[in-house]
Design a protein around this ligand. Structure first.
Ligand SMILES: [Zn+2]
Length: 458
């Protein structure tokens, strides 16, 4: 009896250890976009427009004011070379006017451990770049606070406090580095003007009503400062971002980089180089320029007026002559953490762990744009035949405000097809794009992006 008890206790501990390892491995395999998506408290976190606050949110975690968004869309139609535009670019990019970013941390919000994670993220930004952070409760500043999800405005807003929201699931160093990256002025790597030379966006696995999140920006909006595309960037989403079926949505053209995208750990070498260029970190250095550094190793002049090159081991950067920068524990930017979870291939599934809880709170009706696409099972819409419909309860109102054209056209085309009058008898929307899909199983896509309706009904 005693032996049995001991054995069963041991077995129970063994099971506990195994399940703990499983939890650890599933957490450690998450990509940046999965972390952000899982951390949302409500599907409303993924809504495109928060008109009450004058805010547009795209790509899960990037916020813009309506004015910024209007400028950005206007700019995006241009290529970035004319003189007229250059001024607009400067306005639109909204970098911090000095290299010091004032910040505050909302009181009574974060645990000691979480505050330490924020501090660690700040420490890495300060170690690898000339950007510094100083505590301040006045003027233009970022404010780390709780929120429905994880998000940041892009660049400096210039209207006092701007939030970096960190829901519980986003309070690790790497994710905070990513959100600070937006505040510094970084966009997502996979939306760079040259992304199509490095990755393929697999439209067939992305619901059309969220495809606007893969909008590519022109060189007028995104300046890469001559830093090449970076699969290891902390700003690059992972292989299955916005997938509706568990299959890949971002495929690297060179297969060997597939598992590298989605980095959730810390700055990559090129992230560091980009920030140094963007904030002119070596502008006061004399007698040395980037041309003095080994070009075959992408060397550049760092804030200490020495040449910086790609690091080895856990350090993303080191002096080109071999010396370390800072304490070198900034995290391995080169490892994206591959996605190990099995692909979900069914057509009637919940794509977010919170689907059932959200459905219970009535979010299927309140936020159909997200819920009826990613929580089909919880919302009980699996058997619905695709029709041309509105995906947002505000569509009619927005149509009245003129949003079907102008700066919201990409979003409205796929989310407010009925109100905007894009419905066609052949179910193909405006510009040949498919309109609405309750259950993507009803559609197959050809590579041109045109939709062919396939009915499974007899
Ligand atoms: Zn982001």
């Amino acid at each position: 009896m005693v032996i049995f008890n001991m054995a069963s206790t041991k077995f129970a501990s063994f099971l506990a250890v195994i399940s703990f390892i499983q939890i650890l491995s599933s957490v450690s395999s998450l990509t940046m976009d999965q972390i952000i998506q899982n951390a949302a408290n409500s599907s409303a976190q993924f809504e495109f427009m928060d008109e009450a606050n004058g805010v547009v949110q795209v790509e899960l975690d990037m916020k813009f004011t309506l004015d910024q968004w209007r400028d950005l869309i206007k700019l995006n139609k241009t290529s970035g070379n004319s003189r007229v535009k250059r001024k607009a670019v400067r306005n639109a990019r909204l970098r911090w006017t000095s290299k010091a970013i004032p910040y505050e941390i909302a009181p009574n919000t974060f645990s000691t451990r979480e505050r330490q994670q924020i501090q660690n993220a700040i420490d890495d930004w300060e170690m690898y770049t000339c950007i510094t952070f100083r505590a301040s409760s006045t003027g233009n500043r970022v404010r780390f606070q709780d929120g429905g999800g994880c998000s940041s405005f892009v660049g400096m807003l210039g209207r006092g406090s701007q939030a970096i929201t960190l829901a519980r699931g986003c309070r690790q160093k790497g994710t905070i580095i990513h959100e600070i990256g937006h505040a510094v002025g970084f966009h997502h790597e996979q939306t760079r003007p040259d992304r199509d030379r490095f990755v393929r966006i697999l439209r067939e696995n992305i619901p059309p009503n969220v495809f606007f999140n893969f909008q590519k920006y022109s060189t007028a909006v995104i300046d890469d400062f001559g830093v090449p595309y970076d699969f290891s960037s902390i700003m690059h989403y992972g292989s299955t971002a916005f997938t509706v079926n568990g299959r890949r949505t971002i495929e690297t053209l060179d297969q060997q980089f597939q598992d590298r995208i989605g980095n959730r750990r810390g700055h990559s070498f090129r992230d560091i180089k980009l920030a140094n260029k963007m904030y002119s970190c070596s502008e006061s250095c004399t007698g040395i320029t980037d041309a003095s550094c080994p070009s075959n190793r992408e060397g550049f002049v760092g804030k200490d007026c020495k040449c910086w090159c790609r690091g080895t081991g856990n350090s993303p950067v080191q002096h080109c002559d071999g010396g370390g920068i800072g304490n070198g524990d900034g995290g391995d930017g080169g490892d994206g953490g591959s996605v190990t979870q099995a692909p979900v291939t069914g057509t009637c599934v919940n794509m977010n762990a919170n689907c059932v809880a959200w459905a219970d709170r009535g979010e299927c009706q309140r936020n159909p744009g997200y819920m009826t696409v990613y929580c089909q099972k919880a919302c009980n819409v699996c058997d619905k035949v695709a029709t041309c419909d509105d995906m947002n309860t505000n569509c009619n109102y927005w149509q009245g405000r003129g949003y079907c054209t102008d700066m919201f056209v990409n979003y409205m085309r796929e989310n407010c097809a009925q109100s905007c009058g894009y419905c066609r008898s052949d179910q193909s929307g405006y510009n040949g794009q498919p309109s609405l899909h309750l259950g993507t199983s009803f559609f197959t896509f050809v590579t041109s992006g045109l939709a062919v309706l396939v009915s499974f009904r007899h």
